[in-house]
Design a protein around this ligand. Structure first.
Ligand SMILES: Nc1ncnc2c1ncn2[C@@H]1O[C@H](COP(=O)(O)OP(=O)(O)O)[C@@H](O)[C@H]1O
Ligand SMILES: [Mg+2]
Length: 276
């Protein structure tokens, strides 16, 4: 298994991504796909001795380097030490290079002993080809290339409103599918959730898991598994929080024996409350 570097995610995947697998990460703009991808590469390079390649078709590198520094990830330093390569190219050039024996991509993989790849994003492959067949061939070639070198890879895909129809072809070719969403919750809050819809060769924890983007990157709070939910539902006893309004929201209080995470920002005015 390949550790994702996202706290909480390895737990949901029972250890991490299967080695050499290609996983689609989809979500609307702003859901944190680029952050997740670079967190995966940064963690691999710094903590797992697994160098990586980040391929982008869109973001201006200068902005990217700056954005990632705000999480404390110095990408330039990794590049200097051959632990990372950032490539800005077009889908056409990338595919051409990947398919050339001993082409630039292959050389780079060997040069830094690359183990991880992120492509940001595969959505642009679609604009390059009007015909379905060409698009499918491109996705197949990409998948085969990544598999040939046993590169554990994240293929980022932008989700748009018109996506509800036909199942995208990539979903069948990829080994895994992770969806990031930003949802309206109780008409007041927005919550970020991550769902693993597919993962070949791994037992996954189903359901929507809430995540946060913080100064240290993405943090996931694994939802209780269905089994645990049943146990809690059976145990009707609740413990009062000491705050009547909160008890009401929780339908009586905190279920006895459960663990709740109190997550606040620095502006929240919270005091230690005792309850027993
Ligand atoms: N330090 C931070 N703390 C909290 N949120 C952040 C931080 N840095 C960036 N973000 C948020 O992360 C999101 C950007 O994520 P990004 O990975 O670029 O998304 P995507 O690639 O899916 O468009 C933005 O919504 C931004 O507000
Ligand atoms: Mg992005």
């Amino acid at each position: 298994m390949v550790s994702s570097g996202i706290s909480g995610l390895d737990h949901i995947l029972s250890g991490g991504f299967p080695r050499g697998s290609s996983i689609i990460v989809e979500g609307a703009p702003g859901t944190g796909k680029t952050t997740l991808g670079l967190q995966f590469l940064y963690h691999g390079a710094v903590n797992c001795d697994q160098p990586g390649i980040y391929i982008t078709f869109e973001e201006l590198p200068e902005q990217l380097y700056k954005d990632m520094l705000s999480f404390g990830w110095d990408l330039r330093r990794l590049e200097k030490h051959n632990q990372l390569r950032v490539i800005c190219t077009s889908p056409e050039v990338l595919l051409e290079q990947m398919m050339t024996p001993n082409g630039l991509f292959e050389q780079m993989v060997k040069q830094i002993q690359c183990r991880r790849v992120v492509i940001d994003s595969i959505s642009l492959f679609q604009y390059g080809s009007d015909r379905k067949g060409v698009h499918r061939q491109a996705i197949y070639s990409l998948r085969n290339m990544l598999r040939k070198f046993s590169l554990t890879s994240l293929l980022i895909r932008e989700q748009t409103h018109g996506d509800s129809g036909e199942m995208p072809f990539e979903n069948y070719v990829a080994d895994g599918l992770i969806r990031l969403s930003l949802q309206q919750h109780l008409q007041k809050y927005r919550k970020r959730t991550l769902e693993v819809l597919k993962m070949r060769g791994a037992r996954i924890s189903e359901g929507e898991h809430i995540y946060r983007i913080t100064d240290e990157g993405i943090h996931l709070i694994p939802a209780l598994s269905m089994v645990e939910d049943t146990i809690i539902a059976r145990d009707q006893q609740t413990v009062s929080t000491g705050i009547p309004r909160l008890d009401q929201l929780l339908s009586g209080g905190i279920p006895k024996g459960s663990v709740f995470i109190l997550d606040t920002n620095s502006k929240a005015n919270y005091r230690n409350r005792s309850f027993g």
